[in-house]
Design a protein around this ligand. Structure first.
Ligand SMILES: Cc1ncc(COP(=O)(O)O)c(C=O)c1O
Length: 389
């Protein structure tokens, strides 16, 4: 029974969950500790290590005493390089004052939702969606409105967005390539989302964490479309392209009035990205596009191998056009994806993520990550085939 002297946390935190994915990670660790070999396909980390040049840039920054407070929005050469990159590669018109360094893509997304949403607002979210997004929206005391991606692509993006909108809708979360489905929206689809946002005066929060992992089609930054740079906050990360998940490097691109809000949030949440990490980010931006494309081909090999393995084991799986996940239908194992994931982990020692954690539209599916060494994918698919007979 609650009484008035009981200590409690802020009520808005009651609506915020704590990643289901962590629970799976814990179970994998427990199995491994007990000596069981686990096929770890539940993760989302690149298969290679952070390139040496990036590590040495951080070491060199430390040795040169770049260990002091930096401007909270990022050191000048980094912001200059980021502005140059988004103009060149993403075709987003941006000056130095339109970019801000963040502690990973997660921090950029947190700052974006906090900058845009008021209590009682709604945000349209294509579903299945990356799990933290629901919590980021609810943490801003707003409500995620889940828009089934498959239905939207089949029946028309604008008509489906319209169907799920409310008078309180303020924003659209637009992630391409998508985690967990691997969907890459086409240019025509991006144009439809953009037209809808302009007509309804909505803000777009674009998540381009996997911009360099597109196997089919092209990556279109929605902020590059006419009339969109001023109403889009685009969030990026160094985690995936450069294998820098633990460095916590990211950035956001936005115009006013949003940039002022982003700056305040970054200032008070972290007072900026650790200074040596900013030098590592600056070095990462020097990576030749040819190297990024070479890794894309490595990922393509892994994608083909995994999807081939899933299909050979009798699972229905669409070929993902981007990112590094496959999202097959697993109703053959169990209709409820949580149960299917448990069965697969307990009986075949294959760790995956239940589709339902990515929204109701993910039910009946499991997410298999393929950012792994090739032999690990082969071993997992052999185990799956044996298990499903
Ligand atoms: C869709 C999506 N957006 C953003 C991120 C953020 O990554 P980070 O916080 O490591 O930069 C991730 C990481 O898995 C992701 O899958």
């Amino acid at each position: 029974m609650a009484n008035s002297s009981e200590l409690r946390i802020a009520r808005r935190m009651d609506e915020v969950g704590f990643s289901d994915i962590v629970q799976i990670r814990n179970k994998v660790m427990a199995l491994r500790a007990a000596g069981t070999q686990v096929h770890a396909l539940h993760g989302g980390e690149p298969y290679f290590e952070t390139p040496d040049a990036i590590k040495y840039a951080a070491i060199s920054a430390l040795v040169q005493n770049q260990t002091h407070y930096a401007p909270s929005s990022g050191i000048a050469p980094l912001r200059q390089a980021l502005a140059e990159k988004v103009n060149r590669k993403n075709r987003i018109p941006a000056d130095v004052e339109h970019v801000i360094a963040t502690v990973g893509g997660s921090h950029a997304l947190y700052a974006a939702f906090q900058s845009v949403l008021d209590p009682g607002d709604d945000a349209l979210v294509f579903s299945p969606y990356w799990t933290p997004i629901g919590d980021l929206v609810r943490g801003a005391q707003a409500r995620p409105l889940l828009v089934p991606t498959t239905t939207a692509r089949r029946n028309g993006i604008a008509a489906t967005l319209e169907q799920f909108s409310t008078p309180q809708t303020r924003a659209i979360y637009y992630n391409t390539p998508q985690n967990p489905s691997g969907v890459v929206f086409t240019r025509a689809e991006a144009e439809e989302v953009a037209a809808f946002a302009r007509a309804r005066n909505l803000v777009v929060i674009a998540d381009e964490a996997y911009e360099d992992l597109v196997y089919e089609g092209e990556h279109v930054s929605i902020a590059s479309l006419p009339g969109m740079a001023e109403r889009t906050i685009t969030c990026y990360t160094f985690s995936k392209t450069y294998a820098m998940t633990g460095w916590r490097g990211g950035y956001a691109v936005a115009q006013e009035p949003f940039m002022t809000a982003l700056r305040k949030i970054v200032l008070y949440a972290t007072n900026g990205v650790p200074t040596p990490v900013q030098y590592a980010m600056l070095e990462a931006l020097q990576t030749p596009e040819s190297e990024i494309r070479m890794r894309l081909e490595e990922y393509r090999r892994r994608r083909d191998l995994l999807v081939q393995g899933l299909r050979a084991a009798g699972l229905e799986c669409e070929m993902p056009a981007g990112a590094f996940y496959a999202f097959p239908n697993v109703e053959r194992i169990h209709r409820i994806s949580r149960t299917a994931a448990e069965i697969l982990l307990d009986k075949a020692h294959i760790a995956t993520i239940p589709g339902s954690v990515f929204g109701a539209q993910g039910e009946g599916h499991l997410r298999f990550g393929y950012a792994l060494p090739v032999d690990q994918i082969e071993a997992a698919m052999a185990a799956l085939k044996t298990f499903l007979g």
